[in-house]
Design a protein around this ligand. Sequence first.
Ligand SMILES: Nc1ncnc2c1ncn2[C@@H]1O[C@H](COP(=O)(O)OP(=O)(O)OP(=O)(O)O)[C@@H](O)[C@H]1O
Length: 460
Amino acid sequence: MSLQKDDDGFITAAAALSVNDPPPPPPPAESAEPAGPSDASRLLKSSFDVHVTLADHQADPNSPLYSIKTFDELGLSPDLLKGIYGMGFSKPSKIQERALPLLLANPPQNMIGQSQSGTGKTAAFVLTMLSRVDVSLNAVQAICITPTRELARQIMTVVNAMGKFTQVTTEYAIRDHNIGSKITQHIVVGTPGTMSDFIRRRIIDPTKVKVFVLDEADNMLDQNGLGDHTLRVKNEIMKHNKNFQIVLFSATFPDTVRTFASKFAPRANEIRLKAEELSVEGIKQFYMDCKDEDAKFQVLVELYNILTIGSSIIFCKKRENADEIARRMVAQGHQVTSLHGAKDAMERDRTIDDFREGKTKVLITTNVAARGLDILQVNMVINYDMPVDARGQPDWETYLHRVGRTGRFGRTGIAINFVHDKRTWQDMHAMEQALGMNIARIETNDFDEMEETLKKSLKA
Ligand SMILES: Nc1ncnc2c1ncn2[C@@H]1O[C@H](COP(=O)(O)OP(=O)(O)OP(=O)(O)O)[C@@H](O)[C@H]1O
């Protein structure tokens, strides 16, 4: 087996896997307004009003946010209901309504759940973990793994907010987080490498684990990615305990991974989406035709000169590109920060916390931030480099996750793709074909038109 480090510092295994081998502040619940405006940069003031009509979306039968039930009907305990209502949730979304009765049923059943980005999958698996904990027993009973520390911290915020009125305790399994010699808290949330390390070193005793959750499950099972660690965690739990519930959630399940997922979580209840259902309606998608690679930076700067947007994320292919673009934008007077796997843990935490709180408004990053991040005020995503997989092929799953950082839970957002040569054109068309939608052109020579188009989309 050959081991290599991926772009974000994870050790990844190139060998095939066999299933038979043995606190940042919570995001505001209902507001899409940027938090805490500052005069420090021209990027910071938003001239756009983002109208959130959550009630309308939740009443529309075609929306993934629609449901016919209330949280009271989903079999949750009164303490958990208090936590949910305390977070400002009034009605379940479709995935919550459909998944929760299956997830909470006894005897426990495995679940493979798919739903569009920003539709509330986290609450579904967090409520499952919280519901299954026996608070009279001081032992790890639920384990959740997710690809990045940023996501682990975000999920923990949700666990703590939803579990606020329960006696459930929590701990992290992420790098550079201080823990004692033994974790006895009920729910542990972390990244796969650290989780498997903690189990191997007996910091976590897996014998009492009842629920094992994989968030961003397709990524966690990917044989070229984090699958090796994930399997190890599962096998450790299985050594001592045959009856635990396996819960897999993601917005995407490519066919290659789905087969493996079905073996990983046998006899699972499945909630699936068709390819044409994957796009989120509130996210308007565009492309900008740039003369060449160098011209992309000029277009980016112009875009930020004319637009005063809420918060935005710019995705690049490599860490070095993210740092370089950040450096050049700062030199031009823009306030931006970069985030990627080469930064140390403390800096990553500070960067994402500042961005979440609205202290910084532009995040330049790699695929480390492509999945799961839930920051409601993000209303623009830019694919400075189109996403491609390890073989250089257009990666539409990553595309969906990246653009899904905006348009959260019915909000509006725009996604802009930079294309500059035949190759990037082809990549963009591959996204259109895979997702069955059109990406509209934005004129790069006429800034007034550019501004008007984007403003209109954000207000739509
Ligand atoms: N029932 C609800 N009512 C109101 N808001 C909700 C509800 N459920 C979830 N939300 C909010 O919707 C946002 C998106 O939820 P979440 O992060 O769980 O999405 P997701 O489906 O996991 O997305 P992704 O695929 O990008 O990870 C969060 O801010 C969450 O607080």
